[in-house]
Write a protein that binds this ligand. Structure first.
Ligand SMILES: Nc1nc2c(ncn2[C@@H]2O[C@H](COP(=O)(O)OP(=O)(O)OP(=O)(O)O)[C@@H](O)[C@H]2O)c(=O)[nH]1
Ligand SMILES: [Mg+2]
Length: 318
């Protein structure tokens, strides 16, 4: 029997699913597989889809899957917390099954819990996306509900970040409240069949042309995302949205813009460092020193930075 990484690369979907579980749980087997897989990753287009609950993200991703497949490319999805209890939206996998993609070997959907990721949800999702990239998926969507800092980070870690808005959610544009527009490369007003969609899009365009965030010296120019309208339930505007994500990606590559790739690498590296550091501090030989440090900090005998320096000094290379 071949190793999980090789089996997954050869198209074994059950091996892939098991591997993603191992990645989520950060098992030693996952580390071994990542060593094999990492050099094969870096080719896929990672597209983040985020927005307030119920704006139609899952329906939109299902429609985007259809569109990507029409163009002949393979596609995978990492859906974080796929359905919020607030809106009771359908699970993405069910939507795709309805569209008869269940047996399509070039479509793969993975859901991921949003809680319990040491080192951060963004890093865990990015690593899952890297695995899907390495086994050959050409487009990888990362769907998260944009209500928490770590959920937003997942979408922002993608090459292209799409923020989904919907009309009729009160007069207020939800994405502004959540501070989502700052991470948007593209803004979509979904539910284009509903009244108010055109007006919401016009409002967003006016706002964005004024600039979401003021330009600051020494900082990258603020994003000026394009605003599109879609109706995910009928597919209207979805081809245009996919084309816009591809244009964004092409521009990024042409400009040699490495910021998102490096930011992604940083999240992964910091997560790995944290993981290693925790493991070493949990070493039985260091437990006593760690507990003594905690006690000293709690009793205000020692400040946390001095305690950290002392602990780090005990971590000689192994
Ligand atoms: N009229 C209309 N309804 C839509 C459209 N897109 C999605 N919906 C409906 O909106 C509801 C929520 O859709 P979901 O795709 O589950 O939304 P979501 O953003 O993934 O929701 P959460 O994952 O719960 O945050 C469902 O009842 C959809 O059928 C659309 O373009 N037009
Ligand atoms: Mg959803």
């Amino acid at each position: 029997m071949s190793d999980p990484a090789t089996a997954a690369r050869a198209g074994d979907r059950r091996a892939l699913a098991r591997l993603l579980t191992a990645v989520e749980n950060r098992t030693p087997a996952a580390e071994a597989a990542l060593r094999v897989l990492y050099p094969y990753a870096g080719r896929a287009h990672l597209v983040g889809i985020t927005g307030a609950p119920g704006t139609g993200k899952s329906t939109l991703v299902a429609a985007l899957i259809e569109e990507v497949r029409r163009g002949g490319r393979s596609v995978a999805v990492v859906a974080v917390d796929p359905t919020s209890p607030i809106t009771g939206g359908a699970i993405l996998g069910d939507r795709v099954r309805m569209q008869a993609r269940a047996t399509d070997p070039d479509v793969f959907i993975r859901s991921m819990a949003s809680r319990g990721h040491a080192g951060g949800l963004a890093a865990a999702s990015v690593t899952a996306a890297a695995v899907l990239d390495a086994v050959g998926f050409e487009v990888v969507f990362l769907e998260t509900v944009g209500t928490g800092q770590s959920e937003v980070e997942v979408a922002a870690a993608a090459d292209t970040t799409v923020v989904v808005e919907a009309p009729e959610m009160g007069d207020e544009i939800q994405a502004i409240k959540a501070g989502l527009l700052e991470v948007a490369d593209l803004v979509v007003v979904n539910k284009g069949d509903r009244p108010g969609a055109q007006r919401a899009a016009a409002q967003l365009r006016a706002m964005l042309s004024a600039g979401v965030a003021p330009a600051r010296p020494g900082r990258p120019a603020p994003k000026r995302p394009e605003v599109l309208i879609t109706t995910a339930t009928t597919g209207e505007g979805v081809a245009e949205l996919l084309a816009a994500t591809e244009r964004h990606r092409a521009r990024q590559l042409a400009d040699g813009d490495d910021r998102t790739r490096l930011a992604r690498a940083e999240a992964e590296l910091m997560a790995a460092l944290e993981h290693r550091l925790r493991a070493r501090l949990r070493d039985p030989r260091r437990l006593a020193a760690g507990e003594a440090a905690l006690r000293a900090i709690a009793d205000h005998v020692l400040d946390p930075y001095t305690a950290a320096d002392r602990l780090l000094a005990t971590l000689a290379p192994e």
